[in-house]
Design a protein around this ligand. Sequence first.
Ligand SMILES: *Cc1c(COP(=O)(O)O)cnc(C)c1O
Length: 337
Amino acid sequence: MHLSKFPRLHFAHLPTALEPMPRLSEALGGPNLWIKRDDCTGLSSGGNKTRKLEFLMADAQLKKADVIITQGATQSNHARQTTAIAAKMGLECHILLEDRTGYEDDAYVLNGNVLFNQLHGATIAKRAANTDMNAEMEVIAQKLRDDGRNPYIIPGGGSNEIGALGYVNAAVELITQANDRSLQIDHLVHATGSSGTQAGLVLGMEGMNSGIPVYGVGVRAPKQKQEEMVFSLAQRTADFMGMDPDVVKRERVVANSDYVGDGYGLPTEAMVEAVKLMAQYEGILLDPVYSGKGFSGLVDLIRKGHFKKGENVVFLHTGGSVSLCGYPDVFNLPGYI
Ligand SMILES: *Cc1c(COP(=O)(O)O)cnc(C)c1O
């Protein structure tokens, strides 16, 4: 796992903390819960995309890009982290936002990540649900090329074999932290979407022969599709790294899409409970779209006895709390008393 071979910029605050969650562990009465704080990677309130962008932006720099294009849902954390890093690098940035929820209230379309994108100086444009976002990015890129510019397109979620390197490296980082404190990790759980996080983690964990199972809680695609996406990207990333793609066995890619609810970005009751649990037992903010649903899956699995008492379960906090400001009404809070 010699990642120094690959071009990388360094702007993330690493290693991110690995902390026990004693109050939540006791309240749920199951395994020992730990949290890996990838919500605290630094720029613009952080999140999991920052690790991927260290490799992607290094590639953009090598290719002498002068403008960055990427896409995501309206409250995309990936878009926000990209705009922050582009700002830091002095690069122009164009963001395409797909309306996947149909929400039209000001909080959702203007606050949270959308506000931050604009504060970082990026231009944003909206597209309808189910638009071919890759084709739309290419249209913008071609216009820029015609004007003599050199655009660099980052896929949604930064999920390709370059971005996934960030999570191969995160696996190395987590294992090192566990080794240094003699912590035996039994399970690693996190929210999975565009698949780069899980693909990198699985490849890293398998490539190091760690024996640690990675469990993705899906936020959009059905189980089969999600697992195929992760598996395919893990294999492509292995190949890109010069490793044998067979290092990742298909059965080591596990996603559970039972916690998506009505669809991507649409709240569930279990998500609301999970966000409140984490906020009120550990003082940590999750988000409605990814980490809240991911943690709701972990809570449900604990309640169903999926884990043994005494096991150590690490929840990878992938960030996203900025988007709470896009969903002020779903938490049914009492207001002033
Ligand atoms: C993007 C994102 C994820 C999912 O990561 P992928 O690599 O896209 O699967 C999880 N949590 C948050 C907060 C995210 O923004």
